[in-house]
Design a protein around this ligand. Structure first.
Ligand SMILES: Nc1nc2c(ncn2[C@@H]2O[C@H](COP(=O)(O)OP(=O)(O)OP(=O)(O)O)[C@@H](O)[C@H]2O)c(=O)[nH]1
Ligand SMILES: [Mg+2]
Length: 414
């Protein structure tokens, strides 16, 4: 297949491309190109720079190594120390209960969302982590419950949660192309609960149709009509972008993605549903495996990661910087064909329809006080040559992209 995948193909009016910076952005040296907004810090930036790290595998040189913070747990701010809250020690880590049974929801508004990602990008783990994320929601108005609408969908959920939370293992390699309808029950919208505090506010409910298509099914030349149809008829798309995959996989990944976009674009055009020559879908682009040290450290060094100063003090990429963060992941971190994925997303979809997230289905390992520790946050381990999850999964930015997609599609404000 030709590598020139973009030449001359619609959609027209491609948006201006961000110039690729020669080096990753740094909040310290202030040399970040204008196209990369400087990350903001909730605390003072680090002091004198330690010696630079050696270049990472993709040719970029991290400029801001984290400071080494000595002492007892929790250590480790990113990359500066913030006053540590006191927590009771020796708290056992709670295991979430499995998801509830079949829910009757025939009258629910239904939103169809396609889930796309290259082979091994983390699609099945993402789906399995959704009910866990729902149970762990910290929304003061209540939690989200994710349930299946068919026995198949329930079985998929229960199996996935059991594997992830109880057995701490990742989903088996996908074999079948599963179509799932799930119901999401959420707390009432914040504004309403605030404005009409004395009235019993209704919770939010919607049904979501998703398809867990194993990467093998998405390979060039194997794109089935059903899959194209599913994506063409979806109102939203979740694109899981794996920052880790090997070079060969990267190239194939772009080939699959581009082939799918072309096929879906043609189908939507035939149906007369293009919006100013672009696809009408709302899109959530999730950079997966944010917890993976190889990638997370590079993002920290490049200055994209802040740390919350409350609760578990989790790492965050600030909302207004997420588009630039994704641009950096594609062009600055991965490079090669990944840059074309960025271009394709910006060309096929309306930029205002696309939002970006730093996602982890398993989250970071927290210390025994449930606080993030920069010196020991890896949440995977090898046991008898099998990759396992080290601590209770704490999904990060898993439910948020979906809820936000549904809101944007249904036109609800919250
Ligand atoms: N560190 C980390 N690794 C992850 C995460 N999610 C998935 N992985 C790793 O990625 C592998 C593939 O994840 P899957 O969820 O099976 O990926 P998939 O996209 O469903 O794969 P196919 O169905 O084969 O296309 C897992 O076995 C894990 O090793 C995550 O959140 N963090
Ligand atoms: Mg899978």
């Amino acid at each position: 297949m030709s590598t020139d995948h973009t030449g001359g193909y619609p959609p027209q009016e491609p948006p201006a491309q961000m110039p690729y910076p020669p080096s990753p952005p740094s909040p310290v040296d202030q040399e970040r190109p204008a196209s990369y907004p400087s990350p903001t810090y909730s605390s003072p930036p680090p002091g004198p720079l330690p010696p630079p790290l050696s270049p990472n595998g993709n040719g970029t040189t991290p400029t801001i190594p984290p400071q080494s913070v000595g002492g007892a747990e929790p250590m480790s701010a990113i990359p500066y120390a913030v006053a540590q809250p006191q927590f009771p020690v020796n708290e056992p880590e709670p295991t979430p209960i499995p998801t509830p049974g079949v829910l009757s929801a025939t009258q629910l508004p239904s939103v169809r969302i396609g889930l796309w990602g290259s082979s091994r990008a983390g699609k099945s783990t993402y789906l399995a982590s959704l009910p866990i994320a729902g149970m762990q929601t910290t929304d003061p108005n209540g939690r989200w419950i994710v349930g299946g609408m068919t026995p198949n969908a329930v079985e998929y959920l229960v199996r996935g949660v059991d594997r992830l939370a109880n057995h701490r293992s990742f989903p088996a390699i996908g074999q079948i192309n599963e179509s799932l309808t799930w119901v999401f029950h959420g707390p009432p919208p914040t504004e309403r609960a605030g404005l009409f505090r004395r009235q019993p506010a209704d919770g939010v409910q919607f049904a979501l149709q998703l398809q867990d298509v194993p990467g093998e099914f998405l390979r060039t030349g194997q794109l089935s009509e059903d899959v194209v149809e599913h994506f063409a008829n979806s109102q939203g798309l979740i694109y899981l972008f794996d920052p880790i995959g090997d070079a060969e996989e990267r190239t194939r990944s772009f080939d699959f993605f581009f082939e799918m976009l072309q096929a879906v674009h043609a189908r939507v055009r035939e149906a007369g549903r293009l919006v100013r020559n672009r696809l009408p879908h709302r899109v959530a682009v999730c950079v997966t495996k944010f917890d993976e040290p190889e990638f997370f450290d590079a993002a920290v060094h490049a200055g994209w990661v802040n740390q919350q100063d409350f609760g578990s003090r989790l790492p965050v990429v600030e909302e207004k910087q997420r588009a630039a963060f994704f641009d950096w992941v594609c062009r600055g971190y991965r490079g090669g064909t990944a840059t074309m994925i960025c271009d394709a997303i910006q060309s096929f979809f309306h930029p205002t329809y696309v939002r970006y997230y730093a996602t982890s289905a398993i989250g970071f390992r927290l210390n025994s006080n449930q606080v993030f520790d920069y010196h020991d946050y890896r949440n995977t381990e090898q046991v008898n040559n099998v990759r396992r999850i080290r601590a209770t999964p704490r999904p990060l930015n898993v439910l948020e992209p979906l809820i936000d997609l549904e809101r944007r599609i249904s036109g609800r404000k919250r």
